[in-house]
Design a protein around this ligand. Structure first.
Ligand SMILES: Cc1cc2nc3c(=O)[nH]c(=O)nc-3n(C[C@H](O)[C@H](O)[C@H](O)COP(=O)(O)OP(=O)(O)OC[C@H]3O[C@@H](n4cnc5c(N)ncnc54)[C@H](O)[C@@H]3O)c2cc1C
Length: 457
């Protein structure tokens, strides 16, 4: 049985796995990445990138419908779904090629095949055994369903939703979290009737309540229907469509049901538990430095409980590579990882919500300012409304930023630096923001919290 040895073996070549490999190779370590499908994983092939391409096509559809408002005469004719697919696949193919070249240029060995942990730091792929001085598990996640809710036919997950070769006339979306509202937004822009079903009281329920409520208003205005605080009971399907029954007896009829109720860790049947890796509801248990209970075996990405985001996986991959190289990297707090929901309007946040800040510091120690985009010229120009809320500790740093509005995601880069560096609004106030930009809205909130509002009361 052929044996291969490396400083690091990475099981899974998605965001977490390939980031580990790239950083490790920079640090002079020899690395092998074992991947059963395509490097780039969920994010590149079935997640972040293709969905954002779809959302961009959706934005163009909306812009062509609304063009007259801006003095441009155009008519929205229809969605050429094959054209949308070609555009989306073109982006993914280009990024995939780029990633493959990068891994090759960095001298990283990519091993194609399904790996199984056989103990210690050794993985078996077919007849080969690959051993690392260290092993990093990065096998990612899958679309979950609910107990008793069978996937298949007209009951689909995001994987099938991306592959649809038609625009459904009517869709029901189970789950008002990130993936659910993004697809709802795309389909509405493409002309579908959409109903979202969410068991919790709000859409994007993990966000600051003010953002959830603003998104609900915006979706209502767009004609996206939603049912909140009501749980799914059952679904039936036939040749024409699905009928979803809710616990309150209501029914929703649609052509398709998208199940977007979260993602489970992909950790079963890969020899993890047999090798002594502890799992908790399927997630790999690690310490705060991402080390499992087995010496020299680490885990990164969606299999580690927490925010399932590609940039968290990148960050954890970089962290583990540096940890193995003995660089003692800094732990990034989960709350300080930026979060964006790319529907229209976008929802973006970093740090603590006001409620969490109050829990942590006490009500008398927390101040916040909610700046309406109505006061921001660039937002008016591009025809968006919304707000940006900044939460600070009194006489202390900014601990949270929460925004809603078109293109809000682009602002979160600045916000995360402010939160991550624990800057005080008074520190930031002298750094003015270019005019006219949406960044000014963030600047205005910082100015207001520093006691010197400009275009605000
Ligand atoms: C529809 C959708 C939209 C999303 N949009 C965003 C977004 O906009 N922004 C964002 O930050 N995140 C987004 N995400 C989440 C993001 O895709 C994940 O957080 C990220 O891909 C997790 O990276 P990972 O490395 O942990 O796992 P993955 O990317 O899933 O990679 C795991 C890899 O391991 C391989 N693998 C698994 N088991 C084995 C085995 N036994 N042997 C060999 N290989 C194996 C898999 O084939 C896969 O390639 C989205 C996800 C979805 C589904």
């Amino acid at each position: 049985m052929p044996e291969q040895n490396f400083d690091i073996v990475v099981l899974g070549g998605g965001s977490g796995g390939y980031a580990t490999a790239l950083r490790a190779s920079e640090l002079g370590l020899s690395v092998a990445v074992i991947e059963k499908d395509k490097v780039g994983g969920t994010c590149l092939h079935r997640g972040c990138i293709p969905t954002k391409a779809l959302l961009h096509s959706a934005e163009i559809a909306d812009a062509s419908r609304d063009s007259e408002h801006y003095g441009i005469k155009s008519t929205f004719e229809s969605v050429d779904i094959q054209g949308v697919t070609n555009y989306r696949e073109g982006i993914v193919a280009k990024k995939f090629k780029g990633l493959q070249s990068l891994l090759k240029a960095r001298g990283i060995t990519t091993i194609a095949g399904e790996g199984k942990l056989v103990g210690g730091t050794t993985v078996q792929v077919g007849d080969d055994r690959i051993t690392g001085k260290n092993l990093v598990l990065a096998t990612g996640s899958y679309s979950r369903s609910l107990p008793g809710l069978e996937l298949g036919g007209r009951v689909i997950t995001s994987e099938q939703a991306l592959q649809l070769d038609f625009v459904p006339k009517k869709v029901a979306v189970l789950g008002g979290g990130v993936i659910g509202v993004e697809f709802a937004s795309v389909w509405k822009s493409f002309g579908s009737d959409v109903t979202i079903i969410e068991g919790l009281p709000h859409l994007v329920p993990n966000e600051e309540e003010v953002l959830s409520k603003a998104l609900e208003r915006a979706f209502r205005k767009r004609g996206i229907d939603y049912k909140l605080g009501v749980r799914f009971q059952s679904v039936t399907q036939n040749d024409d469509g699905v009928v979803v029954t809710l616990e309150n007896g209501e029914t929703v009829e649609a052509e398709l049901l998208l199940v977007a109720v979260g993602r489970g860790p992909l950790t079963a049947n890969m020899g993890f538990e047999e090798a002594g890796i502890k799992l908790d509801r399927g997630f790999v248990q690690t310490n705060e430095r991402l080390l499992t209970d087995v010496p020299n075996v680490y885990a990164v990405g969606d299999i580690v409980f927490g925010l399932q985001l590609a940039h968290r996986s990148f960050q954890q991959g970089i962290f583990v590579a540096e940890e193995i190289a003995g660089q003692n990297p800094v732990i990034i707090e989960e709350a300080n990882i930026p979060r964006i929901t790319y529907c229209e309007p976008e929802v973006a946040s970093v740090g603590l919500t006001e409620a969490k800040a109050v829990e942590k510091f006490g009500a008398d120690k927390v101040a916040s300012y909610d700046y309406s985009l109505a006061g921001n010229a660039k937002s008016e120009i591009i025809g968006t409304s919304g707000s940006i809320k900044v939460v600070r500790v009194k006489d202390g740093p900014v601990v949270g930023v929460h925004g809603i509005g078109s293109r809000m995601g682009e602002l979160i880069g600045e916000a995360q630096l402010v939160v991550g560096w624990e800057a005080y609004p008074e520190d930031i106030a002298p750094f003015l923001h270019a005019h006219p930009t949406q960044h000014e809205a963030l600047g205005e909130a910082f100015l207001a919290l520093a006691g010197k509002p400009l275009h605000a009361l």
